[in-house]
Design a protein around this ligand. Structure first.
Ligand code: ATP
Length: 226
Protein backbone atom coordinates (compact mmCIF):
# COMPACT_ATOMS: atom_id res chain seq x y z
CA UNK A 1 0.00 0.00 0.00
CA UNK A 2 1.31 3.40 -1.03
CA UNK A 3 1.84 5.68 1.98
CA UNK A 4 3.84 8.61 0.57
CA UNK A 5 3.97 9.88 -2.99
CA UNK A 6 5.87 13.03 -3.96
CA UNK A 7 5.46 14.28 -7.53
CA UNK A 8 7.67 16.84 -9.24
CA UNK A 9 8.37 18.48 -5.91
CA UNK A 10 10.23 21.78 -6.13
CA UNK A 11 11.27 24.24 -3.46
CA UNK A 12 13.00 27.45 -4.49
CA UNK A 13 14.32 30.05 -2.08
CA UNK A 14 15.14 33.65 -3.05
CA UNK A 15 15.16 34.92 -6.61
CA UNK A 16 17.34 36.16 -9.47
CA UNK A 17 21.01 35.87 -8.53
CA UNK A 18 20.00 34.65 -5.04
CA UNK A 19 17.81 31.81 -6.33
CA UNK A 20 18.48 28.50 -4.56
CA UNK A 21 16.83 25.40 -5.97
CA UNK A 22 16.72 23.44 -2.69
CA UNK A 23 14.48 20.81 -4.31
CA UNK A 24 14.46 20.61 -8.07
CA UNK A 25 11.88 18.09 -9.26
CA UNK A 26 11.64 15.26 -6.76
CA UNK A 27 9.57 12.13 -7.38
CA UNK A 28 9.50 9.25 -4.92
CA UNK A 29 7.27 6.75 -3.18
CA UNK A 30 7.22 5.01 0.19
CA UNK A 31 5.09 1.93 0.84
CA UNK A 32 3.35 1.23 4.14
CA UNK A 33 5.70 -0.39 6.65
CA UNK A 34 8.90 0.61 4.85
CA UNK A 35 11.85 1.99 6.81
CA UNK A 36 13.56 4.41 4.43
CA UNK A 37 16.56 6.69 4.89
CA UNK A 38 17.29 9.85 2.95
CA UNK A 39 21.01 10.48 2.53
CA UNK A 40 22.92 13.37 0.99
CA UNK A 41 25.69 15.84 1.69
CA UNK A 42 25.13 19.05 3.64
CA UNK A 43 22.94 21.43 1.62
CA UNK A 44 21.63 18.71 -0.74
CA UNK A 45 18.02 19.38 0.34
CA UNK A 46 17.29 16.63 2.89
CA UNK A 47 15.73 18.83 5.58
CA UNK A 48 13.76 20.79 3.01
CA UNK A 49 12.37 17.51 1.67
CA UNK A 50 11.42 16.28 5.13
CA UNK A 51 9.70 19.61 5.87
CA UNK A 52 7.66 19.28 2.67
CA UNK A 53 6.57 15.70 3.43
CA UNK A 54 5.68 16.70 6.99
CA UNK A 55 3.57 19.65 5.88
CA UNK A 56 5.81 22.04 7.83
CA UNK A 57 6.44 24.19 4.75
CA UNK A 58 4.79 24.68 1.34
CA UNK A 59 6.42 23.57 -1.89
CA UNK A 60 7.00 25.98 -4.79
CA UNK A 61 5.59 23.35 -7.13
CA UNK A 62 4.47 19.73 -7.14
CA UNK A 63 2.46 17.59 -4.74
CA UNK A 64 2.82 15.39 -1.69
CA UNK A 65 0.24 12.74 -0.99
CA UNK A 66 0.28 11.03 2.40
CA UNK A 67 -2.06 8.15 3.03
CA UNK A 68 -4.44 9.45 0.37
CA UNK A 69 -4.30 13.11 1.44
CA UNK A 70 -2.99 15.74 -0.97
CA UNK A 71 -1.44 17.76 1.85
CA UNK A 72 -0.86 21.06 0.05
CA UNK A 73 -4.60 21.23 -0.65
CA UNK A 74 -5.41 21.32 3.09
CA UNK A 75 -6.01 24.69 4.74
CA UNK A 76 -3.97 25.70 7.81
CA UNK A 77 -6.39 24.25 10.37
CA UNK A 78 -6.81 21.00 8.44
CA UNK A 79 -3.04 20.72 8.06
CA UNK A 80 -2.47 21.23 11.79
CA UNK A 81 -4.90 18.42 12.61
CA UNK A 82 -3.47 16.23 9.84
CA UNK A 83 0.06 16.66 11.20
CA UNK A 84 -1.01 15.89 14.76
CA UNK A 85 -2.85 12.69 13.76
CA UNK A 86 -0.92 11.34 10.82
CA UNK A 87 2.70 12.37 11.30
CA UNK A 88 5.07 11.55 14.14
CA UNK A 89 8.10 13.81 14.25
CA UNK A 90 11.46 12.91 15.80
CA UNK A 91 14.18 15.56 15.90
CA UNK A 92 17.85 15.63 16.76
CA UNK A 93 17.11 17.69 19.91
CA UNK A 94 14.49 15.25 21.36
CA UNK A 95 12.10 18.18 22.22
CA UNK A 96 10.66 16.54 25.35
CA UNK A 97 8.68 18.61 27.84
CA UNK A 98 10.98 18.94 30.88
CA UNK A 99 8.23 19.22 33.53
CA UNK A 100 6.37 16.11 32.35
CA UNK A 101 7.57 12.62 33.20
CA UNK A 102 8.33 10.03 30.55
CA UNK A 103 4.83 8.52 30.50
CA UNK A 104 3.17 11.96 30.36
CA UNK A 105 5.44 12.99 27.48
CA UNK A 106 4.56 9.84 25.54
CA UNK A 107 0.78 10.14 25.87
CA UNK A 108 0.64 13.94 25.47
CA UNK A 109 -0.13 13.90 21.70
CA UNK A 110 -3.01 11.46 22.29
CA UNK A 111 -4.44 13.72 24.99
CA UNK A 112 -3.96 16.87 22.89
CA UNK A 113 -6.08 15.23 20.25
CA UNK A 114 -8.76 14.43 22.83
CA UNK A 115 -8.44 10.71 22.31
CA UNK A 116 -8.61 7.80 24.71
CA UNK A 117 -5.27 6.16 25.44
CA UNK A 118 -4.93 2.62 24.08
CA UNK A 119 -3.12 1.36 27.20
CA UNK A 120 -2.21 -2.01 25.79
CA UNK A 121 -0.59 -0.49 22.71
CA UNK A 122 1.21 2.25 24.66
CA UNK A 123 2.53 -0.34 27.15
CA UNK A 124 3.81 -2.49 24.28
CA UNK A 125 5.60 0.52 22.78
CA UNK A 126 7.11 1.45 26.18
CA UNK A 127 8.26 -2.13 26.80
CA UNK A 128 9.67 -2.62 23.31
CA UNK A 129 11.68 0.59 23.66
CA UNK A 130 12.99 -0.55 27.06
CA UNK A 131 11.44 2.37 28.95
CA UNK A 132 9.26 0.52 31.46
CA UNK A 133 11.38 1.32 34.51
CA UNK A 134 11.78 4.97 33.44
CA UNK A 135 8.15 6.03 33.03
CA UNK A 136 8.13 8.16 36.20
CA UNK A 137 11.45 9.89 35.45
CA UNK A 138 11.77 13.44 34.20
CA UNK A 139 13.57 13.70 30.82
CA UNK A 140 16.56 15.50 32.34
CA UNK A 141 17.35 12.43 34.41
CA UNK A 142 17.76 10.28 31.29
CA UNK A 143 20.67 9.72 28.94
CA UNK A 144 20.51 11.07 25.38
CA UNK A 145 19.69 7.64 23.98
CA UNK A 146 16.91 7.16 26.53
CA UNK A 147 15.49 10.61 25.74
CA UNK A 148 15.45 9.78 22.04
CA UNK A 149 13.66 6.51 22.80
CA UNK A 150 11.00 8.53 24.66
CA UNK A 151 10.67 10.83 21.62
CA UNK A 152 10.21 7.75 19.42
CA UNK A 153 7.55 6.35 21.77
CA UNK A 154 5.77 9.72 21.69
CA UNK A 155 5.90 9.74 17.88
CA UNK A 156 4.42 6.22 17.76
CA UNK A 157 1.74 6.88 20.37
CA UNK A 158 -0.88 8.27 17.99
CA UNK A 159 -0.30 5.44 15.47
CA UNK A 160 0.60 7.94 12.74
CA UNK A 161 0.64 7.12 9.03
CA UNK A 162 4.33 7.98 9.01
CA UNK A 163 7.20 8.84 11.33
CA UNK A 164 9.62 11.47 10.04
CA UNK A 165 12.96 11.67 11.82
CA UNK A 166 15.42 14.49 11.05
CA UNK A 167 18.96 13.38 12.03
CA UNK A 168 17.57 11.38 14.99
CA UNK A 169 21.05 10.22 15.97
CA UNK A 170 22.79 13.58 15.54
CA UNK A 171 23.28 14.01 19.29
CA UNK A 172 24.14 10.40 20.10
CA UNK A 173 27.39 8.42 20.15
CA UNK A 174 27.78 5.72 17.52
CA UNK A 175 26.84 2.74 19.71
CA UNK A 176 23.72 4.51 21.02
CA UNK A 177 22.88 5.63 17.48
CA UNK A 178 22.90 2.05 16.27
CA UNK A 179 20.74 0.96 19.22
CA UNK A 180 18.19 3.71 18.59
CA UNK A 181 18.00 3.05 14.85
CA UNK A 182 17.78 -0.68 15.54
CA UNK A 183 14.74 0.09 17.69
CA UNK A 184 13.20 2.22 14.92
CA UNK A 185 13.64 -0.77 12.62
CA UNK A 186 12.01 -3.05 15.19
CA UNK A 187 9.08 -0.65 15.53
CA UNK A 188 8.68 -0.52 11.77
CA UNK A 189 8.60 -4.32 11.56
CA UNK A 190 6.50 -4.94 14.64
CA UNK A 191 3.79 -2.32 14.02
CA UNK A 192 4.06 -2.13 10.21
CA UNK A 193 5.02 1.49 10.87
CA UNK A 194 6.23 3.59 7.96
CA UNK A 195 9.41 5.48 8.93
CA UNK A 196 11.55 7.96 7.00
CA UNK A 197 14.79 9.19 8.51
CA UNK A 198 17.33 11.73 7.35
CA UNK A 199 20.92 10.89 8.14
CA UNK A 200 24.47 11.85 7.23
CA UNK A 201 25.66 8.56 8.57
CA UNK A 202 26.18 5.80 6.00
CA UNK A 203 26.23 3.02 8.64
CA UNK A 204 22.87 4.17 9.96
CA UNK A 205 21.48 4.41 6.43
CA UNK A 206 22.58 0.83 5.73
CA UNK A 207 20.27 -0.34 8.53
CA UNK A 208 17.20 0.86 6.63
CA UNK A 209 15.17 -1.09 4.03
CA UNK A 210 16.01 1.43 1.31
CA UNK A 211 18.26 4.43 0.82
CA UNK A 212 17.08 7.45 -1.15
CA UNK A 213 20.14 9.45 -2.25
CA UNK A 214 19.75 13.15 -2.92
CA UNK A 215 22.22 15.53 -4.57
CA UNK A 216 21.65 19.21 -5.36
CA UNK A 217 17.90 18.91 -4.84
CA UNK A 218 17.50 15.86 -7.07
CA UNK A 219 17.12 12.17 -6.27
CA UNK A 220 19.97 10.17 -7.75
CA UNK A 221 18.88 6.71 -6.55
CA UNK A 222 16.35 4.78 -4.47
CA UNK A 223 13.20 6.72 -5.41
CA UNK A 224 10.94 3.64 -5.41
CA UNK A 225 11.00 0.27 -3.65
CA UNK A 226 12.15 -2.66 -5.74
N1 ATP B 1 14.94 29.29 4.49
C1 ATP B 1 15.88 29.22 3.53
N2 ATP B 1 16.20 30.31 2.79
C2 ATP B 1 17.12 30.25 1.80
N3 ATP B 1 17.80 29.13 1.48
C3 ATP B 1 17.53 28.01 2.19
C4 ATP B 1 16.58 28.00 3.25
N4 ATP B 1 16.53 26.75 3.77
C5 ATP B 1 17.41 26.02 3.08
N5 ATP B 1 18.03 26.76 2.13
C6 ATP B 1 19.03 26.29 1.15
O1 ATP B 1 18.51 25.17 0.49
C7 ATP B 1 19.52 24.18 0.27
C8 ATP B 1 19.10 22.87 0.91
O2 ATP B 1 19.08 23.01 2.34
P1 ATP B 1 18.69 21.82 3.35
O3 ATP B 1 18.73 22.37 4.73
O4 ATP B 1 17.45 21.18 2.88
O5 ATP B 1 19.91 20.83 3.12
P2 ATP B 1 20.34 19.56 4.01
O6 ATP B 1 20.70 18.51 3.03
O7 ATP B 1 19.29 19.25 5.00
O8 ATP B 1 21.63 20.11 4.73
P3 ATP B 1 22.23 19.73 6.17
O9 ATP B 1 22.62 18.29 6.09
O10 ATP B 1 23.39 20.64 6.30
O11 ATP B 1 21.14 20.00 7.18
C9 ATP B 1 20.80 24.76 0.83
O12 ATP B 1 21.50 25.38 -0.22
C10 ATP B 1 20.30 25.81 1.82
O13 ATP B 1 21.25 26.83 1.98
Amino acid sequence: MLMVQAKNLKKYYGKDENLVKALDGIDFEVQKGEFVSIVGTSGSGKSTLLHMIGGLDMASEGSVNISGNDIFKLNDDELTIFRRREIGFVFQQFNLIPILNVYENIVLPIELDGNKIDNEYVDTVINTLGLKDKINNLPNNLSGGQQQRVAIARALATKPSIILADEPTGNLDSKTSQDVVGLLKTMSERFDQTIVIITHNEEIAQMSDRIIRIEDGKIVSGAVSK
